[in-house]
Design a protein around this ligand. Structure first.
Ligand SMILES: Nc1ncnc2c1ncn2[C@@H]1O[C@H](COP(=O)(O)OP(=O)(O)OP(=O)(O)O)[C@@H](O)[C@H]1O
Length: 190
């Protein structure tokens, strides 16, 4: 088991976004959460990541987690290579293969602040790949990616699952993920 949420409730402000939500991810699983803007997809992923405390329920997450959110955690003043190296060192890995996988190896000497939106997103995905974490939590990972980037993201997810990794993602854009389970948040709270 990579992730288990049991009877989770999420209250934001005075709004109950969802309650009694349970899910489990095993090695190799992919789970895609969909639903309208504001329904609570990001909140659910943040709860799964331990970035947001649920108002009820329990979370089990035995292994390491890679978090990909809206904000880039890459230092704008460093080159892409240095910025990815920084994180890879902490994780005890190397980012080179991940950069190649996302088609950004040629940008290794470009300062992160000069990268385009899609290049930055590819870099964030490369960081996720290079983390070596078994569980990927991806909040709208395809935002800003072109068709080729989305394909590379799909390939990366496939490769990750093939080696026993799991992926839990929220997305508006259709992602090329084989036999993913889907969770539709509909905001229907009794
Ligand atoms: N810090 C906060 N305090 C109170 N309410 C919040 C806070 N952060 C988010 N919300 C509210 O929680 C609800 C769910 O937000 P969330 O970001 O989880 O939705 P989402 O389904 O990911 O939306 P989107 O599709 O727009 O990304 C929204 O109504 C939002 O306004």
């Amino acid at each position: 088991m990579m992730l288990a949420l049991r009877d989770i409730a999420c209250l934001r402000g005075d709004r109950l976004l969802f309650e009694r939500l349970s899910l489990e991810l095993a090695a190799g699983d992919a789970l895609v959460v969909t639903g309208a803007n504001g329904v609570g997809k990001s909140s659910l992923l943040r709860i799964a990541a331990g970035l947001l405390r649920p108002s009820a329920g329990t979370i089990e997450r035995p292994g390491r987690v890679a978090w990909l959110g809206e904000a880039s955690a890459l230092d704008g003043d460093r080159t892409l290579g240095q910025a990815l190296d920084f994180w890879a060192k902490l994780d005890g890995t190397r980012p080179d293969a991940a950069m190649a996988q996302m088609g950004i190896a040629h940008l290794v000497r470009v300062p992160v602040r000069y990268l385009s939106t899609g290049q930055r997103r590819r870099a964030a995905i490369a960081r996720t790949i290079a983390s070596g974490a078994p569980l990927w939590l991806l909040d709208e990972p395809a935002n800003g990616l072109d068709a080729e980037g989305i394909e590379r993201l799909g390939d990366a997810i496939r490769a990750h699952r093939r080696t026993g990794g799991s992926v839990f993602t929220a997305t508006h854009l259709p992602l090329p993920i084989d036999d993913a389970a889907t969770l539709m948040l509909d905001g229907a709270i009794a």
